[in-house]
Every structure is written in structure tokens, then in C-alpha cells.
Design a protein around this ligand. Structure first.
Ligand SMILES: Cc1cc2nc3c(=O)[nH]c(=O)nc-3n(C[C@H](O)[C@H](O)[C@H](O)COP(=O)(O)OP(=O)(O)OC[C@H]3O[C@@H](n4cnc5c(N)ncnc54)[C@H](O)[C@@H]3O)c2cc1C
Length: 417
């Protein structure tokens, strides 16, 4: 007989948020992962809950900046040439996604997914006793020249058009708001509605612990495929036994396509690898998460120190990290925060690389499998997965339980590719 249990594959922020919403609705849930919760991409991100992140990665005219970024060793983008042939089809879709009308459509979909993040997150974090890891102090973007700000005007227009309130700052106001920042910043934009966590991996783990305390199960194993009977799910197969389940969620981040293939589905999922460097006991740090808009990195004050995170490296899932990219963030951080010393001893640095799960149009897939209505896909959140998790998890629960989804899920359909 089929069990009513839901198996969630992946204990990242998306899987754990889905598990919690389902559990709150009375569903029996087991989370499957070979690793500890919150140790994938959800561990090392910049921790920002930016409901304002409606600007997709592929923007009109962006390709003109690519050669400059690639030539700059501290630049925000790097592509491993050996990976280029595999990457080309994704890059082509990525460029096509950056047409003006497409971008406007993506921004509206992102706003619906990300806008309600903090109230949704707080429902989960309060129940889990994890509110001490969350701050609601806003997010600051800083620019070194008016020309550089003007280059981002379309992005700011998109934010404003989708209902994000923007506080514009001049050089003097920036100095007053945060004296730790370099005086060379001439323009800034503060978005007060945003928040952040001071420990992204710790937050996911705290939520997972609550899930277990409430009766949820965690199965240590790597999911390999599904047992179907008459098109209905019977169980999930793992390298550590079979998990009986009447419904399942694929929330395996950048690794999700391997599971889709076993169901005859495929989407153009790529990994945008990102890096961070943590500086323990930093001499200087910003008041609120601060993004250098041209360097495309974020400095976030965290529990364990200052986290400098960002950059995009296109090199797939297997190639070894290039730690020079993480170390380059120290120099960028020094340019933002002149109070940091010229040399930071290695012992104070922690370097990390993680895999953003990215689809070319900067939107996730939140949809049912084509061959089995019991299996829901929830992955591909790219640069905004921490922010998107609370609403994504709610939508997953809506789909599994047959409820009307809170927002329109049509933009997140698998079949758009
Ligand atoms: C440098 C950097 C900075 C970022 N900053 C931000 C930010 O400030 N704000 C924001 O919103 N987002 C940010 N992101 C993006 C965010 O981190 C990701 O979108 C998000 O963590 C993705 O979550 P996930 O649960 O889909 O994937 P993951 O956290 O990677 O979790 C996937 C899980 O699935 C498991 N898994 C994989 N395959 C299997 C299998 N076959 N069976 C079982 N389990 C499996 C893995 O072990 C892993 O635990 C950033 C990302 C990076 C890299």
C-alpha cells in the first residue's frame, strides 16, 4: 500500500523550508541527504534576505561588460575555458533571457516569490527559536561614480516598478550612514525592507533541528531514483536503502538534474560557482550587508566575523576550486572598508566555494514531474535561494497537498525550456 509520507531530497534551505511547511500542515515528512542539513550552497552564501532582488542575472547589453570582467583578475566573472563547450548552450539561453521584455516578466515573477520573504521566514524561525540569527536592518548598494550608477538604471527602475522602496544617498549621507565605508563611494541606495542572517548554514541547521524535534525524520543517503507503479510514486531509492513515500520533492540544488533524468525530464541547470572569505575578528565591517555594485560582491557582518561573498565562476560541478578567487575578495573588501589591514594573516581567513543552482532566466523550477504528479521539483534558485526558500517551501506544500498556490506558479514551470 502507498504511504502518505513525503520524501524531500535535499536538506538545503529549499528542502528544509519545504519540510517545515508540510509538517506544519500535518504531513509526515522525511528529508533525504547524504550530508548534514545546510552544508551545500545554503552554508556559505552572503546571508541576504533581499525581497528586492528582482533584477535577473542576464540583463540587456550586459554582454558588452563581459570581456572587461573576464580580463580583470579581481573581476566578478570567470569562465574556465575547458568548460566552455559544455557551457555554450546554457550561455546562449542566458543571453536570450536578457531581452528587455523577458527581463520585465522575470522581475515581476521574482518579486512575487521574494517580496514576502521576511514574514514567511519569521513564521518558521520563531517556531524554531531561531530569530536570534535574523536581522531586519536593510541592505545597502554602493557606487564609486555617477557613471557606474547610471549603468544600473534599468535595474533600479525594475525594482521601483515592482514596488521596492529605494532611499537614495549621496556621498555625505553615505559617510554619515556608515563611516566604515570607503570615502570614495559617491552614491548609495538603501533598501530598508531587506534583512539578513548572521549565520546562513546555522539557520538552516536550527530549522532542521526543529523539524526533527517536531517528529520529522532525516535519512542519511544519496537519492538515486524513484519507484513508480502505474505512474504513482511508491518509494525513493537511495544508496542507503529505499524510503517509502507517496510524494517527493526534488530540492537537490545544483545536483537536481541527475534525478530529473531518471524521470525523463531535463532542464538547462548550470552551476554558477561562488566564493566567500570569512575574516575572523575584523578590524572593520559595515553596519548592514553592503554590495559593491561594480565589484558585485557583498560584505555581510556575521556571527563568526566579516563575510565577503560573491563572484561567478562557470566551471561546472566537478572542477577543483580556484582559491585565488576567494582570496581576491579580501582585496576587494579592503577597497570597500579601509579600516581592514593591508595584510590579513591566513589563520584569520576561512575560504569557501559553493554551487548556485542556476537556470538561464534566473527563475527556479517549481513544478510537478511530467511523468508523475506525486513528484514536485523545487530547485534552480541561483543567486536568491536563501531569500526564496520560505515562499518556495510554501508553494511546494501547496502543490503536494493540492491547495491553491499562494502566488502564480506559471513562471516557474519546467516546460518553459
Ligand atoms: C557566494 C554565494 C552567495 C550567495 N548569497 C546569497 C544571498 O545573499 N541571498 C540569497 O538569497 N541567496 C544567496 N546565494 C544563493 C543561495 O545560497 C542558493 O540559491 C541556495 O542556497 C540554494 O539552496 P538549495 O537548497 O537549492 O541548495 P543547497 O543548499 O546546495 O542544498 C542542496 C542539498 O541537496 C543535497 N543533495 C544533492 N544531491 C542529492 C541527492 N541525489 N540525494 C540527496 N541529497 C542530495 C546536497 O547534499 C545539499 O545538501 C548565494 C550563493 C553563493 C554561492
Amino acid at each position: 500500500m502507498r504511504t502518505s509520507t513525503t520524501a524531500i531530497i535535499g536538506a538545503g534551505t529549499i528542502g528544509i523550508a519545504s519540510a517545515l511547511w508540510l509538517q506544519r500542515a500535518g504531513q509526515k515528512v522525511v528529508v533525504i541527504d547524504p550530508n548534514e542539513p545546510g552544508t551545500g550552497a545554503s552554508h556559505g552564501n552572503a546571508g541576504c534576505f533581499n525581497g528586492s532582488s528582482v533584477v535577473p542575472m542576464s540583463m540587456p547589453g550586459m554582454w558588452t561588460s563581459v570581456p572587461r570582467w573576464l580580463l580583470d583578475p579581481l573581476g566578478p566573472l570567470s569562465i574556465r575555458m575547458a568548460y566552455m563547450p559544455s557551457l555554450f548552450p546554457w550561455l546562449w539561453r542566458f543571453l536570450r533571457a536578457g531581452r528587455r521584455a523577458e527581463v520585465r516578466r522575470q522581475a515581476v515573477a521574482l518579486r512575487a516569490l521574494l517580496g514576502p520573504t521576511l514574514p514567511y521566514l519569521k513564521q518558521l524561525s520563531t517556531a524554531a527559536g531561531a530569530d536570534d540569527l535574523i536581522r531586519e536592518q536593510g541592505h545597502l548598494y554602493v557606487y564609486r561614480s555617477k557613471q557606474s550608477l547610471d549603468g544600473d538604471r534599468f535595474g533600479w527602475q525594475l525594482r521601483s516598478d515592482t514596488g521596492v522602496a529605494l532611499d537614495w544617498m549621496n556621498q555625505g549621507q553615505l559617510r554619515e550612514f556608515d563611516p566604515a565605508l570607503s570615502p570614495y563611494y559617491t552614491h548609495g541606495v538603501l533598501i530598508r525592507e531587506n534583512g539578513h542572517t548572521v549565520d546562513p548554514g546555522g539557520l538552516v541547521r536550527r530549522l532542521a533541528e526543529h523539524f526533527v524535534r517536531q517528529g520529522g525524520a532525516i535519512h542519511r543517503g544519496k537519492a538515486n531514483g524513484f519507484r513508480l507503479d502505474g505512474g504513482r510514486l511508491q518509494a525513493v531509492e537511495t544508496d542507503n536503502g529505499v524510503v517509502q513515500a507517496g510524494s517527493a520533492v526534488v530540492a537537490a540544488g545544483a545536483h537536481s538534474n541527475a534525478l530529473l533524468k531518471t524521470l525523463g525530464d531535463w532542464v538547462p541547470l548550470e552551476t554558477e560557482r561562488g566564493y566567500h572569505v570569512m575574516i575572523a575578528e575584523p578590524e572593520s565591517q559595515p553596519h548592514v550587508p553592503t554590495c559593491d555594485a561594480s565589484g558585485k560582491f557583498v560584505a555581510t557582518p556575521m556571527r563568526q566575523g566579516l563575510r565577503l561573498a560573491g563572484t561567478v565562476e562557470l566551471a561546472g560541478l566537478e572542477m577543483a576550486p580556484n582559491w585565488k578567487r576567494a582570496k581576491a575578495l579580501v582585496e576587494l573588501g579592503r577597497q570597500m572598508l579601509p579600516g581592514l589591514p593591508d595584510e590579513v594573516v591566513e589563520e584569520r581567513l576561512v575560504l569557501w566555494m559553493g554551487h548556485r543552482p542556476s537556470l538561464p532566466d534566473s527563475l527556479p523550477v517549481i513544478d510537478r514531474a511530467s511523468r508523475c504528479p506525486d513528484i514536485v521539483y523545487a530547485f534552480g534558485h541561483g543567486h536568491v535561494g536563501m531569500t526564496a526558500a520560505p515562499m518556495t517551501g510554501h508553494l511546494v506544500a501547496d502543490l503536494i497537498l493540492g491547495r491553491e498556490p499562494k502566488i502564480d506558479v506559471a513562471p516557474f514551470r519546467r516546460a518553459r525550456f
